[in-house]
Ligand binder design. Structure first.
Ligand SMILES: C[S@@+](CC[C@H](N)C(=O)[O-])C[C@H]1O[C@@H](n2cnc3c(N)ncnc32)[C@H](O)[C@@H]1O
Length: 269
């Protein structure tokens, strides 16, 4: 297995991943993806960008017989945390360090592949990761992918132009900020068929919003994209809205599924 340990502050990242997964609309996403995975007895599921492994474990509970989940993540400390959280669970799940852009796995070995909020972060072409997922699926196997489109980040800010500039700079600061809108195309281009698309919005509560955007805005301020006056006024208005119970921000993502053709003559090249 390729070792691609990304250097990060894993304590922060684990808390951040857990906080993201605790958001009500992310919790609501999980059963939607599970339903689309249509897991059955004996299936092998690959979870790419598994983080702390909670979804891999939840999926493993739906496998019977000799079914198995393999979770892959680029960050060794997340793989260690996922393994630690699974100790004593007796679930058929294992975690490995690996790179979604170059999977050290043979062709055609998985029945299902689940990918949630990975592609926006991959340090390379997300099409490559989707192609890798398609490669390791068996004919008839299915991929279920979810990701956000960061230009579809709606924030009820009072200053429309500053809000638009903030959304735009934030989206441009995400490695693959437009991957949400590209997902149906990426899945089809990887040769998967019967592509379905389900938009799924995620309301962002004020506390998480602050966590999400403040470090980006610090960098944007340092880069001269905004004046301190603009940002202070913008935050003041959001603080006041929050204090009055009127803060609102939400982000749009897409659940996209595709199935690997069983007939080698079908599918896009
Ligand atoms: C936003 S987190 C989502 C984690 C998990 N899917 C979840 O929903 O809780 C993105 C994950 O993708 C992983 N990741 C980023 N680039 C990767 C790559 N090239 N290969 C594998 N994992 C990667 C990160 O380490 C992180 O765990």
């Amino acid at each position: 297995m390729t070792s691609v340990s990304i250097p990060i502050d894993s304590g922060f990242v684990i808390r951040y991943i857990d906080a993201g997964n605790a958001l009500p609309d992310i919790r609501a996403l999980k059963p939607v993806m599970l339903e689309r995975l249509a897991l059955g007895p004996g299936m092998r599921l690959l979870e790419l960008g598994c983080g702390a492994g909670d979804d891999a474990r939840a999926s493993a509970r739906h496998l019977r017989g000799d079914g198995r989940v393999v979770g892959i993540d680029a960050v060794a400390t997340l793989v260690a945390e996922a393994t630690r959280r699974s100790l004593g669970s007796h679930l058929p799940v294992e975690f490995r360090v690996g790179d979604a852009l170059a999977l050290d796995l043979p062709d055609g070995t998985f029945d299902r592949c689940r990918i949630e909020r990975l592609l926006m972060h991959v340090d390379g072409d997300p099409a490559r990761a989707v192609a890798e997922a398609a490669r390791v699926l068996r004919p008839g196997g299915r991929a279920v992918v979810f990701d956000f489109d960061w230009d579809a980040f709606v924030i009820d800010g009072a200053d429309r132009e500053v809000t638009r500039r903030i959304v735009r700079s934030f989206s441009d600061g995400i490695r693959n900020g437009w991957v949400g809108r590209a997902l149906p195309r990426l899945v089809a281009d990887a040769g998967l068929e019967d592509v379905t698309v389900l938009p799924h919005g995620v309301a962002i509560p004020y506390d998480f919003f602050g966590w999400l955007v403040s470090s980006h805005l610090d960098s944007a301020l340092a880069a001269g994209l905004f004046t301190p006056t603009e940002l202070i006024a913008w935050w003041d208005q959001l603080d006041a809205a929050h204090a009055g119970g009127g803060f609102f921000a939400a982000l749009l993502g897409f659940v996209v599924t595709g199935t690997k053709p069983t007939d080698g003559a079908r599918g896009r090249p």
